[in-house]
Ligand binder design. Structure first.
Ligand code: SAM
Length: 257
């Protein structure tokens, strides 16, 4: 069990969801409202998330900064007695690059906390009223990315992951959609449904339901390069299978008659 450091003042890493302020957690909202210094991933978070900040708070964009620049600003402001928060899009545990920031802060004996947020795949699935875990079809969701400038570990190649035929969410992959489609078609039928979401929940965002065989063509037509999520899943178009949970023939602790 991790023993939490008892420190009154901390730097909070906050997941702010995919963009829509209504998808902020109450905890995130409270922290944004009370922060003196807001360090935020401006390339992936819409500015209107900052509308809740208090007057006079300082906002620092991270898109052009290095890890060392970001953390030294955090350390300096924290030691100056300011309430510092670091905003990440979606949930911070997913492709958030928070570990290295946290390590540096811990070396400085600064307490931290992480506030979870709603991730892009959850919102894209919700917009399509989709359950990604359907009995006998798939009970697994893989969250991954395609090989790009950040190489994938060999044992996690898209080929290996696609073999499971599970629900598969591709982050950070729009630039590599051609290769991804080719690989996925080796394991999923061409008419497997794909939810494509661009800037999901932003004012100019959208989602679409397409077939896997059209993923590359569609992405090229829409000029998708960034802030795109793909959910490839045999569960999306399945309307037959039902779960045991609410099945009258299935007894459990809360319904044993
Ligand atoms: C650096 S990762 C961070 C993911 C984030 N931590 C999350 O949980 O959603 C950025 C990638 O997340 C996905 N993403 C984040 N926000 C999105 C949104 N609003 N719409 C579509 N994709 C999004 C895209 O694949 C984008 O390239």
């Amino acid at each position: 069990m991790v023993r939490k450091e008892r420190m009154s003042k901390k730097i909070s890493f906050i997941g702010v969801g995919p963009g829509d302020p209504d998808l902020l957690t109450l905890k995130a909202l409270k922290k944004i409202k009370s922060a003196d210094i807001i360090i935020w991933t401006d390339s992936l978070i819409p500015e209107k998330i900052l509308d809740f900040s208090k007057e006079g708070s300082e906002k620092i964009k991270t898109s052009s900064l290095t890890l060392e620049q970001i953390t030294s600003v955090m350390i300096e402001k924290f030691h100056a007695g300011k309430t510092v928060i670091r905003l990440h899009d979606g949930d911070p545990c997913l492709f958030g690059a928070i570990r290295e920031q946290i390590e540096i802060l811990k070396k400085e004996k600064i307490g931290i906390e992480v506030v979870p947020g709603v991730s892009a795949f959850q919102v894209a699935a919700a917009y399509h009223e989709t359950e990604l875990t359907i009995p006998d079809i798939t009970q697994t969701i893989i969250l991954t990315r395609s090989d790009g400038r950040t190489a994938m570990p060999e044992k996690e190649s898209l080929k290996d992951l696609a073999k499971h035929n599970s629900s598969l969410c591709l982050y950070l992959s729009a630039r590599h959609v051609k290769k991804s489609q080719e690989t996925l078609l080796e394991f999923y039928p061409p008419d497997t449904k794909v939810i494509v979401g661009f800037r999901v929940s932003w004012d100019d965002g959208w989602t679409s339901l397409i077939d896997l065989k059209d993923m590359e063509k569609f992405s090229t037509e829409k000029k998708l390069i960034r802030t795109t999520i793909y959910i490839i899943s045999p569960a999306i178009s399945n309307f037959q299978n039902r779960s045991n949970l609410y099945n009258p023939s299935y007894k459990h602790l809360f319904r044993n008659k």
